[in-house]
Write a protein that binds this ligand. Structure first.
Ligand SMILES: [Zn+2]
Length: 394
């Protein structure tokens, strides 16, 4: 048996892997596998199509009973263009903080989970722990669907899933869902003196943008509202628009990206039908000018909304574990929790750190925050000698 390692020692190792979403994550995966196997815990990889990335799934304790999923992602956002005061892929300790990419989003939580593997292993006689670590979360939860499917396919469904994204250890029971799409407009180029012989891709893209803005305003005004969210309605946003190369040339290409962030129980397919209709109208007009013109729509990312009942047994159980008294909250950002919930697994979001520090230069997590997360893991370990239905409820 390997010597026990502390949360900060493990976090030090995890930050050392530059597991940026665009790159392979297999280095950090093999390190975690090695760590688990040192503690006699078997794990399996669930690969993406390229074989360059993998999720990890490991079960500690009796797999034939309802357990607790501890869910996290191994990838981090890039550091390019950011002004770091210490090397981003080195865990630097100063002022009772650990600074490094992923410290708060979300390697701190992963480290806290892994540090407690020995305790989970000796305690989990009746409630198993499933450690589920995905890839490509930061680029749209691309790795999680296969991982969630693997967990949901087991004969016994977990009783609780804790997604350890940074909430300051308060229990998040709901978040908005998201759909992100890219629209690629192909027109016909030409000299700007002769625009009647061309088909202006930027004009077409601008028509689509204007339609999306109109839809956004209508949905904000007339759509479903839920005061638990900020803002309390579904939002539609265009995040980028690129087209054209020079003033004296009619642009033959434009690309825009938009997203819809919808409150739970929104009919997002109806909204998408409206965006499709606006795109189809722009396409028809463009094709009337140049038959070879076209508009293609690509899915970039999507995840479902999370809506666990705020007064449910799982929320209460998670609050007991995290030591967060008071009300459960909604979270302003999206997570993999919606996917777990959609698979029928009661799910909440609860992890150490603050999402406000994520994705930024000098991302950090406090030693006190890691200690609070460790206490949560210790409380969790202390429940595992009882069946989940006894301490979580149903
Ligand atoms: Zn995250």
């Amino acid at each position: 048996m390997a010597p026990e390692q502390s949360t900060t020692e493990i976090l030090d190792r995890l930050i050392g892997f530059a597991s940026v979403s665009s790159d392979s994550n297999l280095d950090i995966v093999s390190w975690i596998e090695g760590y688990l196997s040192q503690h006699d815990i078997a794990s399996r990889r669930i690969y993406d199509r390229t074989g360059r990335k993998a999720s990890i799934l490991a079960t500690i304790g009796p797999a034939d009973r309802p357990g607790v999923v501890l869910s996290a992602h191994t990838d981090v956002v890039p550091v390019a263009g950011q002004d770091w005061s210490s090397p981003p892929f080195t865990a630097t300790q100063k002022d009772n903080r650990i600074v490094g990419r992923g410290a708060t989003d979300m390697k701190g939580f992963v480290a806290s989970v892994l540090a407690h593997v020995p305790q989970f292993r000796s305690a989990a006689s009746h409630t198993p722990i499933h450690i589920a670590l995905s890839y490509d979360e930061e680029v749209g939860c691309l790795g999680a669907p296969d991982l969630v499917a693997a967990i949901a396919a087991a004969p016994v469904k977990p009783a609780l899933c804790i997604v350890g994204e940074p909430t300051g250890l308060s229990v998040g029971y709901a978040h908005k869902g998201k759909v992100a799409r890219r629209v690629i407009v192909s027109g016909r180029g030409g000299h700007s003196a002769l625009p009647h012989r061309a088909a202006n891709a930027v004009f077409a893209a601008a028509r689509i943008v204007a339609a999306l803005e109109g839809l956004a305003e209508r949905v904000a005004r007339d759509g479903k509202r839920d005061a638990a969210f900020d803002p309390p309605y579904t939002t539609i946003h265009v995040g980028s628009l690129h087209g054209g190369t020079a003033l004296n040339f009619v642009p033959d290409r434009a690309v825009l990206e938009f997203e819809i962030r919808y409150i739970p129980d929104t009919d997002v397919s109806a909204l998408l039908a409206e965006t499709d209709a606006a795109i189809a109208a722009a396409r028809d007009k463009l094709k009337a000018q140049a038959p070879e013109a076209g508009i293609v729509v690509e899915d970039m990312a999507s995840y479902p909304a999370l809506m666990t009942a705020s007064r449910s047994a799982v929320v209460a159980a998670a609050q007991r574990l995290s030591g967060s008294a008071g009300n459960a909250t909604t979270v302003s950002f999206g997570t993999e929790a919606g996917l777990y919930a959609q698979a029928g697994i009661p799910t909440i979001v609860c992890g150490p750190g603050d999402i406000g520090r994520a994705h930024k230069a000098d991302e950090w997590i406090g030693l006190d925050e890691l200690a609070a997360s460790d206490r949560m893991m210790q409380r969790l370990a202390s429940q595992l000698d009882k069946p989940a239905e006894e301490w979580i409820g149903q």
